[in-house]
Design a binder for this molecule. Structure first.
Ligand code: 2AM
Length: 186
């Protein structure tokens, strides 16, 4: 059976708390969605990403079979985790993806090298082929409809000290998706 997998940077408790604070602040803005012109019904409310699900995706792999998973783990038996700090200093609303995320214009080269290596490896082995370049981000809200005019402001940048990478599985449950760690590299 296939499972949906991705490589991600898990977040520590301090970062999680900082992100919860940003989510709480933004929830006020999102609870007053403006209706797009000509629309009759208001949008359903944006969904807050539960704290346990907050993460930074390095490479989305899509559906991976058991044999593909074994081969993947054999290829990535060793994975050098880059020693970098990443500062996420901006908020973005990506209307096509319908998300609000925390992001940055600057990616430390060792982090983009790792993300690109994982993405290339996935594409070369018949897994998901990313169409866009790597842009580090942490999704805070999903199903985001039209927003009130004006930029989203971040009250405080969030700095991640990256010391861990995880291969994660999306487990779909009646209450929503849960992410389960398959393997971590430190
Ligand atoms: P996100 O990082 O923008 O939230 C698990 O589903 C993770 O993989 C999520 O974090 C999600 O994006 C990312 N993801 C899900 N579907 C994707 C897709 N089709 N292409 C790229 N990334 C995807």
């Amino acid at each position: 059976m296939a499972a949906r997998l991705f490589f991600a940077v898990p977040l520590d408790r301090i970062n999680q708390l900082a992100l919860i604070r940003q989510q709480a602040r933004l929830s006020g803005v999102l609870s007053r969605p403006e209706m797009a012109e000509g629309e009759k019904k208001p949008h359903r409310p944006a969904r807050l990403v539960p704290v346990a699900n907050l993460h930074l995706t390095l490479a989305f792999l899509g559906n991976v079979t058991q044999s593909q998973r074994q081969a993947l783990l054999a290829r990535w038996q060793t994975l050098a985790v880059p020693r970098v700090t990443l500062t996420l200093d901006g908020l973005a609303h990506w209307p096509r993806a319908r998300v609000i995320c925390l992001t940055t214009q600057y990616t430390p080269p060792p982090l983009s090298q790792l993300a690109n290596a994982l993405r290339r490896d996935a594409a070369c082995h018949g897994l998901h082929a990313s169409q866009r370049g790597f842009r580090p981000h942490i999704t805070l809200f999903r199903d985001v409809g039209p927003l009130p005019a004006g930029p989203l402001t971040l009250t405080q940048p969030i700095t991640l000290t990256i010391n861990k990478v995880a291969l994660m599985e999306s487990v779909f449950e009646p209450g929503g998706v849960r992410y389960q760690s398959i393997k971590t590299w430190e």
